[in-house]
Each structure stands twice: as C-alpha cells, then as structure tokens.
Design a binder for this molecule. Structure first.
Ligand SMILES: NC(=O)NCCC(=O)O
Ligand SMILES: [Zn+2]
Ligand SMILES: [Zn+2]
Length: 465
C-alpha cells in the first residue's frame, strides 16, 4: 500500500517546510519537494490532500496508566479504549507504567502488563516499570527488563505504604540504573511529610477536595525533587522527574541542568491549563481534578511555560489516569484522601499544547519536539518514532491549525464520564492519523483496529552525557 500526503507543511523538531510525504507499507519512503513524486510519475493507492495542514510526527505520550489498580479501584481506560482515544488526539505511541506491587517481582509485573495490552492496542505501545519493592531480586530483574526492551524505572517518594521507597532504596536502585544504563523516573513529593499534613487536615474537618492540594504544598515537591537530584548525583544515575507541577521543583531541575547533570523533567497539560481554583469548585466538583502532584495556583503556569521554552522541561506527557466521577471519585466524599488520584487527558495533549503555539508560548517546532521528538529520544525510540523522515515509521498526523473545537465528555473518546476541560474552546484539530502506514482516524471517523498496535522494545536514553 502506497500513500502520498501532498501539499502540506511538514513540521519536525528542526522546523517546518513545504513537502510531500510518500509512505510505502508501514514506513516513510520519501519526503520530497512539493509535487516531485507526482512529476516523476510515482503513483499512490491513496492520496491525502494536506493543503493548509501541518504534517506532524505522531505524538508520543510517555506517561499513561491504563487499567491501573490504584486507591481501591482501577483506572477506567483499557488499553483498547485508551489507545483509541490517544489516536483520536494524534498520539500514536503510548508508554504505560507496569506496576510491581509490593511483594511481587518486576518480571511478573511486566508479564501482567503484556497480558493486559497485547492484542488490544490501536497504536504502538511500550512500558516503563514501577519499582515499589527494592530488594536483591528486584535489582537483578532490572537487568532482565532492559534485555526485554524496558529500560526506565519509576520510583515514588510519595504514597507511603503503597509505592513509596526510602532514600536508601532509591539509592540502591539508582546505583543499579547507573550500572545498566537505565533512567530512573521519579515521583518527587515528600510523602512522609504530606501524610502528616493530610492527617492534621482530616482531624480538623478540612475534608473537601481542595485540601488535597493544600496538604501537598509545592515546597514538598521542590524538596523531594532536590533530594532525588542529589541522590542521582551521588550515584551517577540519569534522572527523569515525572509530572512536574511547581516552580519550586522546576528551580531544582534548572539548577541541576545548569551544572550539566543528567536530569530531565516532564510536565503535563493539567499543570499548564488548570489550577487550584478548579479544585475549589463548588460541591464535590473539585474531585475531578485530584491528581498528584496537585494542581497549583495559576501563577506556576507561567514558570512551566518558560521551562518548556528553555528546555528545563523537555517533555509534556499526560499522566493519563482516568477515574469516573460517579462511583470512583465519589469514594472520597467527606474525605479527600480517599479520592482516587489521577485525571484523564491522553486524547487532548496535542491539541492543548497547540494552544501554546497559538498564544505564542512555544514555537511550532517546539510543540513537535516536546510532544514527539524528545520523548522518542529520551526513551530510545528515535528515529523509528518522533520524526517525519525516510525510514521512520509512518506515524503521521495531518493537523488543521485553523479548525476549532470545544472539548466535552459528550464528544471525547476516553472511557470516562467527565472532561477536565469541559467547554474549553480550542484552535486546531487533528484531521487524519496514520499509525505505521494505516489510517486510524480520518475526518471524524475511526478506522483503527484493536490489536494493530505493537509492543516497542526500547533502546537507551539518547540524551545521556
Ligand atoms: N498522578 C496521579 O495522580 N495518578 C497516577 C499515578 C502517578 O503517576 O503518580
Ligand atoms: Zn506519579
Ligand atoms: Zn503517573
């Protein structure tokens, strides 16, 4: 099957240029001057007219939680529904977190995630491992994970008694990561101190959703981020701070990067577009926005946008972890600490970040870089993914920068009963999406197939000094 995408503006992380893209089977065969393929008599089985459109590498969401058991319940998107929703929004690769529960092995966790995802994904996928039980067996198993194409390991300084690791355990895992060339990903919040603040708030009757944010102050994210960075410096391990939400944490990352340490960070759309004001909405509405780290006062957003421009924040992922309002978020009525932590978002990352382009916060090429190219490089998928170039997978988004849309739970495709961005008007919309050469979304219709998505074995972080 040969497809010609003609007349568009190809946008890679290096910039945009007028070009046609020729797809042969599952990969990009050529990126040519406009009209050249046709002038040379090359015929195509399918021609996609991209006049007035951007032609982008498919987005890579490096942080999702499909079917994740958490807070006494489980996130509601399956790999089938979540990857279909991702495709609708122009994301053609997800990297999900396989969870090692305490007392179980890393490899059994990976097997379990293969069982959940295998044969169900609409787009390509890979895994990071969540390490929550550091012992000699786990450390040895990290080597086997790398051999199986999973070379990034998330640890938690938050959630004591669940995923939490002590500084000593983190140090040991970082030493191992350094030895085997892996990256440690860190949920950096001081969970021990937070638990005290939570207990105090509940004892004083402060039980509304907004106290989820007020008991997780940004200083405790900044402190944990700094501590993780120091542990990484001592061990020499590369460190990637996940879902960074605050100015304080960004300062710690910026200082480390200025001294040349292998420290990287991602933020998420919810921290760029939503704030603690949303958590303080009347009644129990704020529960929809409970995630960790929590939403911050709106003035943090300016710092995060600046961090994206200066590359102190290198990636935007969603931390997609959807729980329905009815029956799941409601578990925390009268006790905010029982609200399952997480928000839906896998479908809207590309569109929301495009608003940054529209508003002049980031350039067109930076949009592509933070949503596709850098995650591909950071997690060992480049140049198979993250770029429109000959030889790369034909994961391609035809994007209409002038179309408008209004986000709503009525129209989204995620398997969750609310939208965190209900009623938000956006400029720009995904028009056509190809995953390895197959059209999965086209002008409002879904053509994808459960099981089309393949597991991606990943290589090393390509940013390491
Ligand atoms: N972020 C969040 O609230 N839920 C998902 C789990 C995590 O990433 O910590
Ligand atoms: Zn986390
Ligand atoms: Zn997460």
């Amino acid at each position: 099957m040969r497809t010609l995408i003609s007349g568009g503006t190809v946008v890679n992380s290096g910039g945009g240029f007028a070009a046609d893209v020729l797809v042969e089977g599952e990969t990009i065969a050529a990126v040519t001057a406009p009209g050249l393929a046709a002038a040379l008599g090359v015929t195509a089985d399918r021609v996609i007219d991209a006049t007035g459109r951007y032609v982008l590498p498919g987005g890579i969401d490096a942080h999702t939680h499909m079917e994740m058991p958490f807070g006494g319940t489980a996130s509601v998107d399956t790999f089938a529904t979540g990857t279909a929703a991702a495709a609708w929004g122009g994301t053609t690769t997800i990297i999900d977190f396989a969870v090692q529960a305490k007392g179980t092995s890393l490899l059994s966790a990976m097997d379990k995630w293969h069982e959940k995802a295998g044969g169900h994904c609409a787009v390509d996928y890979s895994f990071h491992m969540i390490v929550s039980d550091v012992n000699d067996t786990t450390l040895k198993e990290m080597e086997s994970c790398v051999a199986a194409g999973v070379n990034s390991f998330k640890m938690f300084m938050a959630y004591p008694g669940v995923f939490y690791s002590t500084d000593g355990e983190i140090l040991r895992a970082m030493q191992k990561a350094r030895e085997i060339g892996s990256t440690i990903m860190m949920h950096a919040e001081n969970g021990i101190a937070i638990d005290q603040l939570v207990a105090q708030a509940l004892a004083e009757g402060r039980t509304d959703p907004v106290y989820h944010s007020l008991t997780r102050p940004p200083e405790l994210e900044g402190e944990a981020t700094h501590r993780a960075i120091q542990l990484a410096a001592v061990t020499g391990a590369p460190l990637y701070i996940v879902h960074l939400s605050s100015r304080q944490a960004l300062e710690a990352v910026t200082t480390a990067r200025d001294t040349g340490q292998n420290v990287f960070a991602e933020t998420c759309p919810q921290y760029l577009f939503l704030s603690i004001e949303d958590m303080a909405r009347p009644g129990f509405e704020g529960a929809k926005f409970v995630c960790s780290p929590p939403l911050r006062p709106a003035d943090h957003q300016l710092d995060l946008w600046r961090g994206l421009r200066t590359n102190d924040l290198s990636v935007v992922s969603t931390d997609h972890c959807p729980f329905c309002f009815v029956g799941q978020k409601e578990l925390g009525r009268g006790d905010f600490s029982k609200i399952p932590n997480g928000m839906p978002g896998v479908e809207h990352r590309m569109d929301l970040l495009h608003q940054g382009v529209v508003r002049g916060e980031i350039s067109l090429s930076r949009w592509v870089e933070i949503s596709a190219t850098t995650p591909a490089r950071m997690f060992g998928l480049y140049p198979r993914k993250g770029v429109i170039a000959p030889g790369s997978d034909a994961d391609i988004v035809v994007y209409d920068p002038k179309a408008t849309q209004v986000l709503s739970a009525e129209t989204h495709h995620m398997n969750v009963d609310y939208s965190a961005y209900e009623g938000m008007e956006l400029i720009g919309k995904v028009e056509t999406v190809l995953s390895r050469g197959s059209v999965v979304v086209d002008r409002g219709s879904f053509h994808g197939r459960e099981g089309h998505g393949e597991f991606l074995e990943r290589d090393l972080n390509q940013y390491l000094l």
